[in-house]
Design a protein around this ligand. Structure first.
Ligand SMILES: Nc1ncnc2c1ncn2[C@@H]1O[C@H](COP(=O)(O)OP(=O)(O)OP(=O)(O)O)[C@@H](O)[C@H]1O
Ligand SMILES: [Mg+2]
Length: 205
């Protein structure tokens, strides 16, 4: 199975070297956990390999996203920004050949029905694209996404959490699901620094 490296330091080793090509991955986490930064790093990896990459955003202006990337020294000038409503996906993506797409975020689309999400996933798979769908995750949620559907429709689910224990805040990343891949369902500590998103180690028991 062909793997698509995310380029996120410390992460690809958790999933046999990268996302299986053509997969749709749900990246879910509470506000400020680094979802956008993770998504940008994934796209930067593609751009560095000469791939065609797009960012579909609703919540932030393209300039803000570019500014965020340049904070980490990432040149993303070749990144394409698409402003598409769910009902426009099919037509807008027809005949396009993106290698990587990040959609930020599912939660900021007012109505993303099971149908339009399903069509989006199918369309991106058809074009050979590997995509990351970002979702907000309310802190105490028993579901894995805000819409409670996308965790079932997607091929993989990554959960980001910030937890406080003994007065210390820890950022935890868990690969909850990754079809066709051996995963260990452990929480890994990650950090966000001037270099971006980095997965450090398993959480010590
Ligand atoms: N240079 C840096 N060093 C350390 N932390 C940083 C740096 N730049 C950004 N951060 C942290 O990254 C976090 C924001 O990351 P990001 O925007 O990816 O989160 P998010 O999950 O997408 O948030 P939202 O839910 O608001 O969209 C903030 O908490 C911020 O403190
Ligand atoms: Mg964000």
């Amino acid at each position: 199975m062909e793997r698509v490296a995310t380029g996120v330091p410390g992460f690809d080793g958790l999933i046999e070297g990268g996302f299986p090509k053509n997969f749709t991955i749900l990246l879910s986490g509470s506000p400020g956990t680094g979802k956008t930064i993770f998504g940008l790093r994934f796209l930067k990896e593609g751009l560095d390999n000469g791939e065609k990459c797009a960012y579909i955003t609703y919540s932030q202006a393209p300039k803000d996203i570019q500014d965020q990337a340049s904070e980490f020294g990432w040149d993303m000038s070749r990144l394409e920004f698409l402003e598409l409503r769910p009902e426009e996906f099919e037509e807008a993506l027809a005949g396009k050949h993106y290698n990587r797409i990040v959609l930020d975020s599912l939660s900021s689309i007012a109505v993303m029905t099971r149908d339009s999400l399903g069509r989006f996933i199918m369309k991106t798979k058809e074009m050979g694209c590997t995509s990351v769908l970002i979702s907000e995750l309310p802190k105490e949620s028993v579901w894995l996404s805000r819409d409670t559907i996308s965790e079932f429709l997607t091929d993989g689910v990554i959960i980001l959490k910030s937890v406080e224990a003994a007065g210390e805040v820890k950022n935890l990343l868990k690969v909850e699901k990754m079809r066709s891949t051996k995963i260990e369902k452990k929480s890994n500590i990650y950090s966000i620094t001037d270099k971006g998103f980095e997965v450090k180690s398993y959480l010590a028991r």
